[in-house]
Design a protein around this ligand. Structure first.
Ligand code: HEC
Length: 127
């Protein structure tokens, strides 16, 4: 019995990096067209945008990514170097298009201004 549980623990240890690697691979970044990547956030200097984005985040994004945005199960953390390094334009593109094949819905039904508010909030998250 002991041997079996030892084997299971070893297996879990071996699998962990594989599972972790499959949580958000960042492949979507390769699909963002240059013109979207370089778009600047029209709300970059709007001091109310982050708070508005926080509200939207908590209703639309927190159910999957967690209220603290630290990720849940197969939903990646948004408090990462990759998300921080992504441009505002790249994040807005992802929100607009989603990545449904990998479980990330599209937010194209939101008015564009709300996507830019969410982007401000996501970029203000601590790592
Ligand atoms: C139904 C669950 C779900 C909801 C709701 C959701 N996401 Fe996601 N999100 C995912 C999954 C799953 C991925 C991983 C996709 C991938 O690996 O390409 C993801 C990926 C992302 C990424 C890329 C992370 C990375 O490390 O590459 C960002 C940014 C993101 N989501 C932001 C948001 C925001 C902002 C919202 C709210 C507007 C939101 N998501 C709502 C499931 C969700």
């Amino acid at each position: 019995m002991k041997r079996i549980s030892l084997a299971c623990s070893l297996l879990a240890l071996l699998m962990a990096p594989l599972l972790m690697a499959s949580v958000g691979t960042g492949q979507w970044l390769k699909h963002v067209p240059e013109k979207d990547r370089v778009r600047s956030n029209p709300l970059a200097h709007d001091s109310d945008a982050t708070a508005a984005g926080a509200k939207l985040f908590h209703s639309d994004c927190a159910p999957c990514h967690g209220a603290d945005a630290a990720g849940r199960g197969s939903r990646p953390t948004l408090r990462s170097e990759r998300v921080r390094r992504a441009t505002d334009g790249e994040l807005e593109w992802l929100l607009r298009n989603g990545n449904l094949a990998h479980g990330m819905p599209s937010w194209s039904r939101l008015p564009e201004v709300q996507r830019w508010q969410i982007v401000r909030y996501v970029h203000a998250l601590p790592i």
